[in-house]
Design a protein around this ligand. Structure first.
Ligand SMILES: *Cc1c(COP(=O)(O)O)cnc(C)c1O
Length: 345
């Protein structure tokens, strides 16, 4: 097996700066869930700290604890917690906790009391995705309870947030109206949240009114554009990760690449994916468990490197995703966890 995911940390740095300028004066949280979208949590967080990133989005507590170890002074946001053990670990690592249910709010308060600390929480209103979040009809009681717990010193309501679909402007506008109403109700309940955050990559770039105090950006930091959206050049972003593999042997009709399912490329990508080879852009014609096939090119020889997706002239992850009816994140998340990574400074 000769495939590797090559991660260009200079491109990550450039994207961090581009995002920061684009969304200012809002702050940008760097979302690093799923092992930093498979780019490698340790390297991505370390580089981001050096670039002055002050907020990280971890998703789960385990990731949050790992980020804390790398970024002692940053704010680290986790929003998928299950029960009091998770809450205890989150408080132990000084994480900001996303609270999307009344039950979790009680768990946070109980653990904070036991540990004699004040938990930093961000209350989540369900603005229509129905994934998690407090429904609008339950929100007034929820924010009253949060205000009580704040008065007791058990929680500090730092933020109010939600997540939107970013698939249609009309749906996002509806979600934003629900969000604004929820913020007004929270203020009426006596809360004074300093960090309102709603948008992820696409809305943060395209729709200034969605930025509020902070935006949570994953995909664009890695140079993964939205399917059917503006190009990387239009966004001013650089692709960070490229999937590369070596020629294993040269057959009479085609070239055999020593990489198979570890690349996460399914057989359905055969005939759809165009690789960048020393002989130019060529289609990947077959994807099997341990090998891929590309038509023969002049002077092909074992050891030559091809880029299966990533930086031009190869297809980007999103180019491939569009042809397969999915999104670029899905292509990188399918990379096998044991696929080696190499880093370019
Ligand atoms: C993944 C995620 C993000 C980042 O989304 P991108 O589209 O990758 O920028 C933001 N917020 C939440 C809650 C997420 O789960």
């Amino acid at each position: 097996m000769s495939a590797e995911f090559v991660v260009d940390l200079a491109a990550l740095s450039a994207n961090i700066r581009t995002v920061r300028e684009r969304v200012a004066p809002a702050e940008a949280m760097l979302v690093v869930k799923d092992d930093a979208y498979r780019h490698g949590l340790d390297s991505v967080v370390s580089r981001a700290v050096a670039e002055g990133v002050t907020w990280f989005g971890a998703l789960d507590v385990c990731t949050g604890v790992a980020v804390r170890a790398l970024a002692p002074d940053a704010r680290v946001f986790a929003w998928m917690l299950a029960g009091r053990d998770d809450v205890a670990d989150a408080l132990g690592a000084r994480l900001d906790i996303g609270v999307g249910s009344a039950a979790l709010l009680e768990d946070v308060a109980a653990v904070a009391q036991t540990r004699a600390v004040t938990a930093d929480v961000h209350l989540k209103i369900d603005t229509g995705l129905h994934r998690n979040g407090v429904r609008p009809e339950e929100w007034p009681v929820f924010v009253d309870r949060a205000a009580q717990l704040e008065a007791l010193g058990l929680v500090r309501v730092v933020g109010i947030w939600s997540h939107i679909g970013e698939a249609s402007d009309a749906d996002d506008d509806d979600a934003r109206a629900v969000f604004d109403a929820a913020v007004a109700q929270a203020r009426a309940a006596g809360l004074a949240p300093q960090k309102l955050h709603l948008a992820a990559s696409a809305a943060a770039f395209a729709r200034p009114e969605f930025r509020y105090d902070m935006v949570r950006i994953g995909a664009f930091h890695y140079g993964i554009r939205s399917a059917d959206g503006p190009s990387e050049a239009e966004l001013g972003l650089a692709i960070v990760g490229s999937l590369q593999a070596e020629v294993e042997k040269v057959g009479r009709k085609d070239t055999i690449i020593g990489a198979g399912y570890v690349t996460g490329l399914m057989s359905t990508a055969a005939g759809v994916l165009t690789a960048a080879t020393p002989g130019g852009r060529l289609p990947v014609t077959e994807i099997a468990a341990e090998t891929l096939r590309i038509p023969h090119w002049d002077n092909a020889e074992a050891g030559q490197v091809v880029t299966l997706f990533g930086t031009a002239p190869a297809d980007s992850a999103t180019d491939l995703a569009e042809r397969l009816g999915t999104i670029g994140e899905e292509i990188v998340l399918r990379l096998a966890s044991d696929l080696p990574r190499t880093y370019r400074a």
